[in-house]
Design a protein around this ligand. Sequence first.
Ligand code: NAP
Length: 309
Amino acid sequence: MTKAEDVSTAGALALPPWSGHYFTKTSYNAPPSKLDARNVKLSRPFVVCITGGGRGLGEAYAIAYAQAGASHIVIAARSVEELESVKAKVQDTDSSVVVTTVRCDVTSESSALELKSAIQKECDSRLDVLVNNAGFLDSESGWKPITEGDPEGFRQTLAVNVFGVYLITRTLLPLLLGTEGGAKAVVGITSFSSHFASYSISMALSKLALNRFVEFLDKEYREQGLVAYALHPGGVATKMSTSEGVPKELQKFLISEATLSSHMLVWLTREKRQWLSGRYVASTWDVDELEGQKEEIVKEDKLKFRMVV
Ligand SMILES: NC(=O)c1ccc[n+]([C@@H]2O[C@H](COP(=O)([O-])OP(=O)(O)OC[C@H]3O[C@@H](n4cnc5c(N)ncnc54)[C@H](OP(=O)(O)O)[C@@H]3O)[C@@H](O)[C@H]2O)c1
C-alpha cells in the first residue's frame, strides 16, 4: 500500500451521511496506484477539451490525459499566458500530444463558437471528452449573509459556473455526438458544497445546478450514446480555494491533491460507464467499492439530488 492509499479522511471530518462522503468505506486524498493515469493506454485518436485549463485543477487534468495517451488536448481559458505555460508542461509530459490553446470566456457566445471552430479545424471536428472545469468563486463576499453579499459576485458565479457550462456544452455537443466511436463524455467539475445550505451561497447553488445539468444531459442524450458526470475533485489548494476572503475554517478541507481528481477523471472517461451517467461522483471514493455497488446505484437511482420526504 502506498502512502497515498493509506490516506483516509472518513471519520476525521465527521460529515453528514447524506453528503455522500462515506459512500465508499475507503477514501483517498491522493490517487491510489490502481488509478495511475500513466498505466492507461487510451486508444488514439482521443481528443479532450478542458475549460479553465490554464491552472489549478485544469492543469492537472491536461497532464493526466497526456499521461494516459490522449492524442490531442484543447485547453481554454481567458489568460493566454497561463494556457501557454500548461501547454509547455503537457508537452514535457509527452511530446507526441498535440495541444491547442484557445482564449475563451465561457460566458461569451462568440468565444464558445471560436472554441468550436478551433476543434473543427485543429482536431478534424473530433471530440471525445468535454471537461467543464472553468469556475468562479466570489471569494470577497460569497461567504456573507444574503443581505450583505455582493449581487455582482453572485451574478458572476452563476454566469461562469452555470451559464458557462450550459453554453460550452450546447455548443460542443454536436461535435461530441458526431464523433464516431468516440467516448462521448461530458464531465462537470462540481463541489461538495452543493450538498449544503451553508458557506458560499453562490458556489453551493451553482454546483447544485451543475449536478442537475448532468442529469438533464444523461436523460436527453443517453440514447445518442452520451454519458455525463458531475465530478467532485476533493478539497484542493488552488488560486481559487486559497484566495483572500476564503474563511480559514474552510482551509481544513483543502487536503486533497490535484492529481486525486485528474486520475479519477481519466478512469471515469476511459470507458463508457453508463451506470454512473447523470450522477454525482466524488474523487475521494474507491472505484472498486463503487463498482461493487453498481446494481444498487442503478436500481435505487442513487447519487442524484432528491427531496427527503
Ligand atoms: N479547488 C477546490 O478545492 C475545488 C473544490 C470543488 C470544486 N472545484 C471546482 O474546480 C474547478 C477548477 O477550480 P480551481 O480550484 O482549479 O481554480 P483556479 O485555479 O482558480 O482555476 C479556475 C480556472 O477557470 C478559469 N476561468 C474562470 N473564469 C473563466 C471564464 N469566464 N471563462 C473561461 N475560463 C474561466 C480560470 O482561467 P482564467 O481566469 O484565465 O479565465 C482558471 O483556468 C472550478 O469549477 C471549481 O469550482 C474546486
